[in-house]
Design a protein around this ligand. Structure first.
Ligand code: ZN
Length: 354
């Protein structure tokens, strides 16, 4: 069994912006194919099915494969690239950031142009995505072409893993590779342990541009209940709010009860909280005033599906250097395992109608 830390690192290293998730999909398939039946849907999402001691209920475990990234949108006369954001970037975080660009001829490097402080005037305005330029070491559009770079090429930040104080991992793409790694860890657990249901593990594509992969994956999965595994933004930053955080690093798995796109059924989350207490799994409850996950489209599929969102908080989410805490990921895995072990047909009936 691969260690959680190794799983996290391997998946975060992977290149996978929306529309370019194939490397992550392949990696997920490699981890699950020896003991699950794996198929892909028409958009590229992976569905890995494992039948337990009873065929029903069918539980969908969904984590999105994509990370926020970029598409080459234009090439300037001076030989710079312009970017289309794929997902929610804050443009001011990007100047000085190195990028990896996937071209028809392999990977190329670039750096987002940054205006040195020496040239800044007092009235320099906040940056817009359309104004960012990427320097690839070319002096003309012709040189860009010779490098094999063209419109439609995809890019992500060029960064590697860092370990802070042993338990904190810093990398790009924790949203949602933390969910994908947890998904693999959960399935690997049930390779050797019985479960009273059928598991359908889904690695969904294009969440960051509007949960398009989840729409098609849930159609094929035909689940009775869904658990979405996420890397939600941590809110334990200094000065963010005078109130206690609901997603702090090191305080356990986050159980999301609400965001503007879903109200998790009370019977479901109260049962999950009771399970966490019973198994002594550190957990924190969140009522989010913003944000959305694949649960947005999953819970309204097939006439309505009980759906819950669990996560390991990500500090500095949607930036090229985000942080997670290993204990939170372990708690995310432990709670998901506890839910699966307890969710048989009778329990589902109780939850869905009580
Ligand atoms: Zn996400």
């Amino acid at each position: 069994m691969t260690s959680l830390r190794d799983l996290l690192t391997t998946f975060a290293d992977c290149f996978g912006p929306p529309g370019g998730e194939a490397p992550v999909a392949r990696l997920l398939e490699q981890h699950l194919q020896s003991f699950c039946q794996v198929r892909r849907d028409g958009l590229g999402s992976i569905l890995a099915e494992k039948v337990g001691t009873q065929g029903k209920p069918r539980l969908l475990l969904a984590a999105h494969l994509d990370e926020i990234g970029f598409m080459v949108q234009g090439i300037t006369a001076q030989g710079y690239l312009r970017l289309q954001a794929l997902g929610g970037w804050e443009p001011s975080l990007l100047p000085g950031q190195r990028l990896l660009i996937q071209t028809a001829q392999g990977l190329r490097e670039g750096v987002v142009a940054a205006l040195p402080v020496h040239f800044r005037s007092e009235n320099t305005k906040p940056l817009k995505m359309e104004e960012l330029l990427v320097d690839v070491g070319a002096a003309s559009p012709q040189e860009i072409k010779e490098l094999g770079i063209g419109l439609g090429d995809l890019a992500v930040p060029h960064v590697g893993l860092g370990v802070l104080n042993e338990q904190y991992l810093v990398h790009k793409a924790w949203d949602d590779r933390v969910g994908v790694a947890a998904l693999v860890a959960v399935l690997q657990h049930f390779r050797d342990h019985p479960h009273p249901n059928t598991l359908v593990a889904a690695g969904t594509v294009q969440e960051e541009v509007g949960s398009r992969g989840a729409v098609t994956a849930v159609e094929l999965a035909k689940p009775d209940l869904a658990i979405v595994l996420e890397g939600p933004p941590a809110d334990d930053l200094p000065g963010l709010s005078p109130d206690p955080p609901q997603g702090a690093l090191g305080r356990g798995v986050q159980i999301r009860l609400y965001d503007p796109t879903i109200i998790v059924p009370q019977s479901l989350w109260r049962w999950v909280v009771a399970l966490a207490q019973e198994h002594r799994i550190p957990h924190q409850l969140a009522v989010r005033r913003s944000g959305a996950t694949d649960a947005r489209v999953i819970h309204v599929a097939q006439g309505g599906l009980p759906t819950i969102v669990l996560g390991a908080p990500v500090r500095y989410a949607h930036s090229p250097a985000s942080l997670i805490h290993l204990a939170d990921v372990a708690a995310l895995v432990a709670l998901t395992v506890a839910i699966i072990e307890a969710l048989d047909a009778a329990k589902l009936q109780e939850l869905a109608f009580s």
